[in-house]
Design a protein around this ligand. Structure first.
Ligand SMILES: Cc1ncc(COP(=O)(O)O)c(C=O)c1O
Length: 462
C-alpha cells in the first residue's frame, strides 16, 4: 500500500523533528499538524482547513500573514546582498538603518543595539553584556540577577534560569545559584484581594527585601516582562512597571525590560514601556520586530552601559560576543518594512482602535461557567478557567482540560494558546477587523460551550 505525501511527512516529523516545549512521547503519539499557508488573520492546514489564528503564530506575526510588501523587501535584499557579516567592522545598509530606527522609536534611554536571531539569545546577550559591564567598571561582585515567578525569558542555558516555569528548570540544573525570583503581580491569585496600589507596593517591597538580603553591592539587575506572557498573561496594574523601574534606580541595579512579546504594538503603544514613560537600562525585543517573517531579535542598551563595556580609549581588548547572523541584512530589510507597516501602514493605529472590541469580547465571557478571570491590555489577553468561581479553585490536572479546549477550538477552526494551567492566551494580529473579532468570539464561545458539555468537565465544576 502506498502512503500519501502527507502521511509520509507526518511520519518523518515523528521520526526526526524535535519540537520545542512539548512532551516528546505525547507528540509521537499524536503526530504533527502541518500548516501550509496563511493570509491575513487566517492559516490553512494540509487538510485544507482554514483556521482563524488568534495567537499570531507564537505572539509574533503582528502584521498578519501574506504581506506582499515584506516579501518584496526580502526579495530585493536577497538579490542585492543576501548576507553581510557585522564582524571585522563590516555592516549593511538595512542593518544600520534598522538600528537607527529602533533607537529613535524605543525609550530615550536606549542608544545602542546589538542584533540577535530571536528572544532567547537577546536575553542571553543582555546577561553577558551586564556581566561584562560590571566586571569592566570595577564592580565584579554584582552578579546576582532577579526576575519574576511565572516569568519567561527564553530558553538559553542561562536565560532559562531567569525564566520561572518549572519545565524549563526540570532536569536542566536551573535556576543557577545567582538567579532569584519574586512573586509576580498576579491580582487574580492574591489571597488578600489587594487593590492596585497595594499590589504595586508589595512588588516594590519584595524587590527591596530581596536586594537587601543579597546586598545591593552584589545585585546586577532585575529582569521583567511589562506583561508576563508565557506565564499566563499576567497584567500588572498601571504604574507597576514605573514603580519597579524607579525602585531599581534607588537600589542601584540595572532594570531590564523584556519586551519580546509586548513590543511592536502588542499592548497598544509601540512598546509597553512607552505607556508609563519607563526608560530601561536594557531592553530585549524579537517577535514583532520582523513579525516572524524572518528570525531576528535585539538587545538595546543605554549609553552608560555601552560606554562601560567599551572601556576607555586605551582599551584595545575585543568584546567577545558575536553571532554569524547578527544583524542579518534580509531580516533587517524585513524589519524596516514591518516597522513601516506598523506606522505608515496604519497597523499600530488599527490595533489600538480594535483593542476595546477585544477587551469587551473577553470580558463578556466572564459570564461563562468555566471562566474565572479575563485580563487584557491592547491585543494581548487571557481567560483563566476555574472549577469554582467563588474559591478560584483550579481544575485537576488529570482532567487535561487544556487539551480538551485546544482540540475543541481546532474543530471550531480557531487557534489560540491553551496553557497547561488552564489559562487561555490570545494575541490577535494588529490587522484584525471587526468581522474577525466577531468570528473569534463566536468560535471561542462555541468551544467553551462544547467543552462544558463533556461529562467529566461538568462533573469537575464545583
Ligand atoms: C518575554 C520573552 N522573552 C524571551 C522569549 C524568547 O524568545 P525566542 O522564542 O524568540 O527565543 C520569549 C518567547 O516567547 C518571550 O516571550
Amino acid at each position: 500500500m502506498s502512503t500519501s505525501p502527507l502521511s509520509a511527512l507526518i511520519e518523518a516529523d515523528r521520526k526526526h523533528l524535535i519540537h520545542p516545549v512539548i512532551n516528546y512521547r505525547a507528540h509521537e503519539a499524536r503526530g504533527v499538524t502541518v500548516l501550509e499557508s496563511g493570509h491575513g488573520a487566517y492559516l490553512r492546514d494540509s487538510d485544507g482547513n482554514e483556521l482563524l489564528d488568534a495567537f499570531s503564530g507564537l505572539w509574533c506575526v503582528n502584521v498578519g500573514y501574506g504581506q506582499q510588501s515584506i516579501v518584496e523587501a526580502a526579495t530585493r535584499q536577497m538579490s542585492r546582498l543576501p548576507y553581510a557579516t557585522t564582524y571585522f567592522h563590516f555592516s549593511s545598509e538595512p542593518a544600520i538603518e534598522l538600528a537607527q530606527k529602533l533607537v529613535e522609536l524605543t525609550p530615550a534611554s536606549l542608544e545602542h543595539v546589538y542584533f540577535t536571531l530571536g528572544g532567547s539569545d537577546a536575553v542571553d546577550a543582555a546577561i553577558r553584556f551586564i556581566t561584562h559591564y560590571f566586571n569592566a567598571t570595577g564592580r565584579p561582585m554584582k552578579k546576582q540577577m532577579i526576575a519574576l515567578e511565572r516569568g519567561y525569558h527564553g530558553s538559553s542555558s542561562v536565560g532559562a534560569g531567569l525564566t520561572a516555569l518549572p519545565a524549563f528548570h526540570r532536569h536542566f540544573d536551573l535556576p543557577l545559584p545567582n538567579q532569584h525570583h519574586l512573586p509576580s503581580p498576579y491580582a487574580y491569585r492574591r489571597e488578600d484581594g489587594a487593590n492596585d496600589a497595594a499590589l504595586i507596593a508589595a512588588s516594590v517591597a519584595a524587590l527591596e527585601a530581596k536586594v537587601a538580603q543579597l546586598g545591593a553591592e552584589n545585585v546586577a539587575a532585575f529582569f521583567c516582562e511589562p506583561i508576563q506572557g508565557s506565564g499566563g498573561v499576567i497584567v500588572p496594574p498601571r504604574g507597576w512597571l514605573k514603580a519597579m523601574r524607579e525602585a531599581c534606580r534607588r537600589l542601584d541595579i540595572l532594570f531590564v525590560a523584556d519586551e519580546v512579546i509586548t513590543g511592536f504594538g502588542r499592548t497598544g503603544p509601540l512598546f509597553a514601556c512607552e505607556a508609563e514613560a519607563v526608560e530601561p537600562d536594557l531592553m530585549t525585543v524579537a517577535k514583532g520586530l520582523t513579525s516572524g517573517y524572518a528570525p531576528m531579535g535585539a538587545v538595546l542598551m543605554s549609553d552608560a552601559v555601552y560606554q562601560g563595556i567599551a572601556g576607555d580609549s586605551n582599551d584595545t581588548a575585543i568584546v567577545g560576543h558575536g553571532q554569524t547572523y547578527s544583524a542579518h541584512p534580509v531580516s533587517a530589510a524585513i524589519g524596516l518594512e514591518v516597522l513601516r507597516l506598523y506606522q505608515e501602514g496604519g497597523l499600530l493605529a488599527n490595533g489600538q482602535a480594535q483593542a476595546p472590541r477585544f477587551a469587551a469580547g473577553l470580558d463578556a465571557l466572564l459570564d461563562h461557567p468555566l471562566v474565572g478571570d479575563a485580563r487584557h491590555r491592547g491585543l494581548l489577553g487571557a481567560l483563566e478557567l476555574v472549577a469554582s468561581k467563588s474559591t478560584r479553585a483550579r481544575f485537576d490536572a488529570s482532567l487535561k482540560l487544556s487539551e480538551r479546549i485546544a482540540a475543541a477550538a481546532y474543530r471550531n477552526r480557531l487557534v489560540f494558546r491553551a496553557f497547561g494551567d488552564n489559562i487561555l492566551g490570545f494575541a490577535p494580529a494588529l490587522c484584525y477587523c471587526e468581522t474577525e473579532f466577531e468570528q473569534l468570539f463566536a468560535r471561542l464561545k462555541r468551544t467553551l460551550d462544547e467543552v462544558l458539555e463533556e461529562r467529566e468537565v461538568r462533573a469537575a465544576l464545583a
